[in-house]
Design a protein around this ligand. Structure first.
Ligand code: EPZ
Length: 421
C-alpha cells in the first residue's frame, strides 16, 4: 500500500484547476452502455474509480481509449453479460449499471455490491424503483438478476432521496415505453449532469436538481455526443480545507461556487476570506481557524457528507469547540482515531463527534480507512508540527487525481511512496 510523507508547516499559494467530478463521471460512464455510437467525454478525472468502471464496461463490450485528454467510448458492441464479481465488489457504483443494461438489453445481472468502509450501503431503493418500472428482480447467491422485458413507465416515490437510486431509475426509465415521474428524488448537481448527458444521446428528461424528475420513455437514440464532465465540488472543497488548514491563498479555476454554498458558509465562519467568480473561487486563510459551532451532513443542498472528514480535520485545530453530526452513513468517523493519534481532542459517540480545537496537531503515522478520511488525514498533515505519514493512499487515489501533486503545486511538501518500493 502507498503512503504520503507530509512535512507540515508550508503555507499554500497559487492557482489550480479543479478535476472533473468523480460522482458525475461514474453514472455518465454507466449510461454509455445505452448508446451504440462513439461518445467523447472531456474532463473525465483520471482516478481509480473511473479506471475500475472502464474495466467493468470493457467486460461488457464497451470499448474506450484516451485521445489526449478526451476519453473516447463506444457502446456499439456492448452486451449484457454478468458483471464480473471481482470488479462489482471493488466498485460500489457498479449497481447503477442495472438501469442502463435494462434500458438497452431488457436484462441485467450484477453482483451484490455489498457494504464498504463507510457503511452497509443498502440498495433496496434501487431495486424497489426498478421493480416499480416492471423489472422482475431475483437475488440469488450474491447476485441481483433482473428481467426487464416487460418494463414500462411508472410513478416512483423514493423513501429517501438516494443519489444512486435516482440515477439508476432515470437511466432505466429513459428507454422503456411510457413516462415516469420520480418524486423525492435526490437534488445533487450530479443528477442534473446525468440528465444533460442522457438528453444529449436522445433522452427527454426534465426536473433534475429538484425533488421531482419527469422522464419521457421510449428514448430514440441519437448519434453519440461529446460531453464535458462538470467540476468536482468535493475535490474543490477538499482543496479549500487544505488552504484553510495550511494558511495562505489560492485561486481555484473550473469550479462551480453555487455547488458548494454550504461549505463556503462554514469556511467563512472559520475566518476564511472567500470570493467567487462564475467558474473561479479565491480563498485566503490566515492564522488559527475560528470555531465552527455545528456541522450536520444532509442531502444536497445541505452540508455534503463527502466533505465531513475534511472539515472535521480543520475543526481539530480551530479556536473553540465543534459538534459534527454525520446523518447519512453509519460508519463515517473512521478518521477520528487517526486524528487523535495526531493530538486531536475528540469525543465521538455513534453519529456525533465533539471536537475541542487544539493549538497544533503533531505529525504521526496514520492510516486512511476510506477515500474522504484519507483526504482529511492529508489535510491534517499539512498543518501538523513535523512529519506525517498517511498510509493506504490507494483509498485517496480512488477519488482524487494526484492529490499530492496538486497540493505540491500550491507549495505543500508531500512525497509519495508507492507500496511497491
Ligand atoms: C453517492 O453515493 C456518492 N457516490 C457518495 O459519494 C455520496 O456520499 C452519497 O451519494 C451521498 O451524497 C457516488 O455518487 C458514486 P445514497 P450513493 O444512495 O448513491 C441510504 C464519495 O466519497 N440508501 O444517496 O450510494 C444509504 O445507506 C462517495 O465520493 C438506502 O437506504 O448514496 C445512505 O444512508 C461516498 N437504500 C443514504 O441512503 C438504497 O437503496 C445515502 O445514500 C440506497 C441508499
Amino acid at each position: 500500500m502507498g503512503k504520503f510523507i507530509i512535512e507540515g508547516g508550508h503555507r499554500l499559494s497559487g492557482r489550480v484547476k479543479v478535476q472533473g467530478a468523480k460522482n458525475a463521471a461514474l453514472p455518465v460512464l454507466a449510461a454509455t452502455v445505452m448508446s451504440r455510437g462513439e461518445m467523447t467525454l472531456f474532463n473525465c478525472p483520471e482516478i481509480r474509480d473511473v479506471h475500475n468502471m472502464l474495466s467493468i464496461l470493457r467486460e461488457l463490450g464497451v470499448e474506450s481509449y484516451y485521445d489526449g485528454d478526451a476519453l473516447k467510448i463506444s457502446g456499439r458492441n456492448a452486451r449484457s453479460s454478468p458483471m464480473p464479481q471481482r470488479l462489482s465488489k471493488e466498485l460500489r457504483s457498479s449497481i447503477f449499471m442495472l438501469g442502463p443494461l435494462l434500458s438497452r438489453f431488457g436484462e441485467a445481472v450484477c453482483a451484490y455490491p455489498g457494504g464498504c468502509e463507510i457503511g452497509h450501503r443498502p440498495v433496496d431503493l434501487h431495486l424497489k424503483g426498478l421493480a416499480a418500472l416492471g423489472a422482475d428482480i431475483r437475488e440469488e447467491r450474491g447476485y441481483i438478476i433482473c428481467d426487464g422485458h416487460n418494463m414500462h413507465g411508472g410513478e416512483i416515490h423514493l423513501d429517501y432521496p438516494s443519489v444512486g437510486a435516482t440515477e439508476n431509475i432515470m437511466m432505466a426509465a429513459a428507454a422503456v415505453p411510457g413516462d415516469t415521474v420520480i418524486t423525492n428524488s435526490a437534488r445533487e448537481p450530479e443528477i442534473e449532469e446525468l440528465q444533460n448527458f442522457l438528453n444529449s444521446i436522445g433522452g427527454d428528461i426534465r426536473g433534475a436538481g429538484t425533488s421531482t424528475i419527469y422522464i419521457k420513455g421510449g428514448m430514440e437514440e441519437v448519434p453519440a455526443a461529446a460531453h464535458r464532465i462538470m467540476p468536482d465540488r468535493i475535490a474543490a472543497g477538499t482543496l479549500m480545507c487544505a488552504v484553510a488548514m495550511a494558511g495562505g491563498e489560492a485561486e481555484l479555476t473550473d469550479v462551480c461556487p453555487e455547488h458548494i454554498g454550504s461549505l463556503i458558509s462554514k469556511l467563512r465562519e472559520a475566518g476564511c476570506h472567500i470570493s467567487c467568480g462564475r467558474d473561479t473561487l479565491e480563498i485566503r486563510a490566515k492564522g488559527r481557524p475560528k470555531e465552527i459551532k455545528l456541522i450536520e451532513t444532509l442531502p444536497y443542498p445541505g452540508f455534503p457528507t463527502d466533505m465531513q472528514a475534511q472539515i472535521f480535520a480543520l475543526c481539530t485545530v480551530a479556536d473553540g469547540t465543534s459538534v459534527i453530526v454525520e446523518n447519512l452513513f453509519e460508519n463515517r468517523f473512521r478518521h477520528c482515531a487517526e486524528l487523535i493519534k495526531m493530538g486531536a481532542n475528540i469525543t465521538q459517540k455513534d453519529r456525533t463527534a465533539i471536537v475541542r480545537g487544539v493549538e497544533k496537531l503533531s505529525g504521526a503515522v496514520v492510516y486512511a480507512k476510506d477515500l474522504r478520511g484519507g483526504a482529511a488525514l492529508t489535510i491534517a498533515g499539512l498543518g501538523a508540527e513535523g512529519m506525517t505519514a498517511v498510509e493506504n493512499t490507494e483509498y485517496i487515489d480512488r477519488g482524487y487525481q494526484r492529490l499530492d501533486e496538486t497540493l505540491n503545486s500550491l507549495g505543500a511538501c508531500i512525497k509519495r511512496e508507492d507500496g511497491t518500493q
